[in-house]
Design a protein around this ligand. Structure first.
Ligand code: MSP
Length: 508
């Protein structure tokens, strides 16, 4: 079985912001790391293009939905490339191949008795593409997320018999306690289920921007059903002439934020059960990036343009900051000050300077050749098991936890330099062996942390590994002390140069 990781598909009613980049970068770290472990990886991201969120935004802008979708899908594609995401495919739900799978699955749901005709009466938020209960509304019948006034709707729809899956879903949660992670989100989803499940509308009559219901073309398939099926449909046409579902279905992990928990942790498994398809192994829910204590979102207007941030500080710095500043799985604030601080103290000093100092010492004291020596045994013992720890963290999707583990080692290596004072050893010919051992350990330490950091800082880690004269990027080779000496050191330059922010507002 391969390793299949997904991000949500993003709505094309707006442009990408850092919140979207966050999930994409986290998924990319998992994908890159698993490739380093020799796994067959498929990494999917893309755009959600149907339904009211997009149709209404297009109307406001006075363009056809497809035009808005084409324009913004391109922006999402570009941002994925710009953050160095190694997605294997970019799905757009307006792809005809996707629509064909939606049609096929929905028809099967109908055939097998999971769908019936009914009348929906209640509240609907077109921006959430979600139905709201009275209790959820805030004062003035407004959506709690978008704060817009909602109208009461009455509509003849096709309904999906979600209530029939109450028991199977409870069983799923009992049998697979880590199918939803972290635990607090598991509890949240489970209590939603235990609160009693109501059938939901599988179709919408008011709009035409969507996949027609196969037996009733007056209606379109509800955008959430259309969207969720992307995870499955993509595998059917991502590679021409191949059906990747055999190798990659069920998905290994869906990454999402908590705003769409209900859809992924309740609706999605029920739809899959009804369609007799296997369930994903895991849904991991990360928290929100906050700015000034509020969720960063287009509707609140407190968004940062990821392109600007990357122009100023580079892609790696942004990737690093997002996964370092906010513990993956929890909410956390980001700020320009926090960014500069991490950039200067951690990336530039702790990692960048460690690298340039170490290479300079190898250059000066050993003519640029890494000594063929052994690292001090105590250090070897201390760093043993680091790669294994990172692997087991990432198996549990602890993306910041794994990064923190590696960073502890970066700091350990800095302390090692301070303890060993190689510049003093260099003055004493009797300490030549010790100096060999210290310089070897530094090159070796940099090699191992850079292999492990590679998924997070692909460009910088690559540069450093190249300067160390190393080819192997595999996790298997990332054992401290296993690398041979003798390599000739190359040019490195500054990994994280000082940045003068032109004006405060341009900084993140
Ligand atoms: N189209 C749906 C998802 C369908 S998936 C089958 C949707 N799109 S969205 O454009 O609103 O993207 C939501 C996702 O973007 C979140 O689940 C999260 O992954 C990411 N984020 C958007 N803003 C974010 C933050 N401020 N913080 C963290 N993640 C954020 O919902």
């Amino acid at each position: 079985m391969g390793y299949y990781v997904t991000t949500p598909i993003y709505y094309v009613n707006g442009e990408p912001h850092l919140g979207h980049v966050y999930t994409t970068v986290a998924a990319d770290v998992l994908a890159r790391h698993m490739r380093q472990r020799g796994e067959d990886v498929f990494f999917l991201t893309g755009t959600d293009e149907h339904g009211e969120p997009v149709a209404q935004a297009a109307e406001r802008e006075g363009v056809a939905p497809r035009e808005l979708a084409d324009r913004n899908a391109e922006r999402f594609k570009q941002v994925a490339e710009r953050v160095n995401a190694t997605n294997d495919f970019f799905i757009r739900t307006s792809d005809p191949e996707h629509a064909a799978v939606v049609t096929e699955v929905v028809a099967r749901l109908k055939r097998d008795g999971h769908v019936y005709a009914g009348t929906y009466e209640g509240w609907y938020c077109p921006r959430c593409a979600d139905f709201k209960t009275d209790a959820e509304l805030i004062e003035g019948d407004r959506c709690p997320v978008h704060l817009i006034e909602l109208e009461r709707e009455k509509e003849d729809n096709w309904f999906f018999r979600l209530s029939a899956f109450q028991e199977p879903l409870e069983r799923l949660y009992a049998d697979r306690p880590d199918w939803v992670l972290p635990g607090n989100r598991y509890n949240e989803a489970l209590s939603f289920i235990q609160g009693g499940l109501r059938d939901f509308s599988l179709s919408r009559a008011r709009i035409s921007w969507g996949v027609p219901v196969p037996w009733d073309p007056e209606q379109v398939v509800y955008v959430w059903v259309d969207a969720l099926l992307n995870y499955y449909s993509a595998l059917s046409y991502a590679r021409e002439g191949e059906d990747l579902r055999d190798e990659f279905w069920p998905a290994t992990v869906h990454l999402i934020a908590k705003d769409i928990l209900k859809f992924h942790a309740v609706f999605w498994p029920a739809i899959l059960m009804a369609a007799e398809l296997e369930l994903p192994e895991r849904v991991f829910i990360h928290g929100y990036l906050l700015m000034d204590d509020h969720k960063m979102s287009k509707s609140l207007g407190n968004v940062l343009d990821p392109f600007k941030v990357m122009d100023l500080y580079g892609t790696d710095a942004l990737r690093y900051y997002l996964l370092r500043e906010v513990a993956f799985g929890q909410d956390g604030s980001i700020s320009p000050e926090g960014f500069e601080n991490r950039y200067n103290t951690e990336l530039a000093n702790e990692y960048g300077n460690l690298a340039s100092r170490s290479l300079a010492m190898i250059e000066r004291y050993r003519d640029g050749v890494v000594p063929e020596a052994r690292a001090p045994a105590a250090l070897v013992a201390e760093l043993e098991g680091m790669a294994a720890a990172v692997c087991s963290r990432l198996d549990r999707v602890e993306v910041s936890g794994a990064l923190d583990d590696v960073w502890q080692t970066v700091r350990r290596l800095n302390r090692f330099v301070a303890e060993e004072t190689p510049w003093k050893l260099a003055k004493d010919p009797e300490q030549a062996d010790r100096l060999d051992s210290v310089l070897y350990a530094l090159a070796e330490g940099l090699r191992v942390v850079s292999v492990l950091l590679h998924p997070y800082l692909p460009a910088s880690a690559e540069r450093l590994l190249a300067a160390l004269g190393r080819e192997d990027r595999s996790i298997e080779g990332a054992r401290f002390g296993s690398g041979a000496g003798g390599a000739r050191i190359g040019e490195l330059g500054q990994l994280f140069p000082k940045v003068e922010a032109p004006e405060p507002s341009a900084a993140p």
